[in-house]
Design a protein around this ligand. Sequence first.
Ligand SMILES: Cc1ncc(COP(=O)(O)O)c(C=O)c1O
Length: 352
Amino acid sequence: MLKPRPSIVNLGPYHSPIVSRSGLSLDLNESMAGCSPRVLARLRLLSAADLSLYPEREIGERQIANFLGIAPEQVLVTNGMDEALSLLFTAYLDPGDELLFADPTFVMYPMLGEALAANVVRVRSGEDLVLPVSDLLAHISPHTRVIAIANPNNPTGLAATRADLLKIAEAAPDAAVLVDEAYFEFGGESLITDLARHPNLFVARTFSKAYGLAGLRLGVLTGAAAQIDYLRRLSLPFNVNSVVLACLEEALADQPFVREHAAQIKQGREQLTQLFAELRLRFWPSQTNFVLVRIGPLAKAFMESMRRRGILVRDSSANPGCEGCVRVTVGTPSQMEGALRAIREAIAETRR
Ligand SMILES: Cc1ncc(COP(=O)(O)O)c(C=O)c1O
């Protein structure tokens, strides 16, 4: 019988991250504020040729390079950041090579590493869930080929310092060190300006979060021109669609929209953390558009109670160190009113 590679046969079954769309989705860290009206206006002007011709991603790469203040040769646009991760891991990990990261973190890292038959080396954060820098440094070996760090991190919301991340990049000159800045617009320090001095450093960004374009799928991988050149050879030439490329200029130009959205997110996460403190729940101070909170053994009952109130939140219990934890995406100010009330009621109900 036909079988794929053993590493593919051994992968766990696929489950869509989307559990349901009935109710308010505070479970996937999407933007609840939608996208810039300027992007929508551009979408409405799309012509038949915009759709019938193959996309020219190079135009988008120049726009992004200009926005980030780096050279176009340092930028590869991708079908969401997920594709950037897949390309990067595929380019540097042979079977048996080490992929190093600290738990808890973004679930795609181990999934991709396992699919490539890499040796997945997981370092465990302490109870504070802070990036265990010295432990990571201690686990760098001659076999380490990729180190992946989400900064700020998902699902914790915590950010590491630029100095610590650079320490890791400098300690592993023969490894690709990826700093995943999916939530950069909501907090934390960027390492984009450090690319020039660190030829093994990669920084990835996405338009799925602060720009509210998760459905259009646009990610960005930046790094040393020589490394991005290799990744460009591996990537499919038409990986990014012409609809998102047509909208990109407006999305980048409307920084007031991004800033206003980020300000609302900060306010919303303040409200969430205040409520969690009042309810005597353990939470982690977030620099992202979500907050991780420990509900405890009643987490499942809490989530079910929230679902009955029309709000979906994410079960993070499967992430190492996050047992009994739930991740709540920050909604718009009006959604937050309902969400805060629902959390209060659901906690009271589960504690009864
Ligand atoms: C840390 C992190 N990296 C990458 C991604 C993937 O983003 P994209 O929608 O661009 O594929 C996510 C999405 O939730 C994320 O949380």
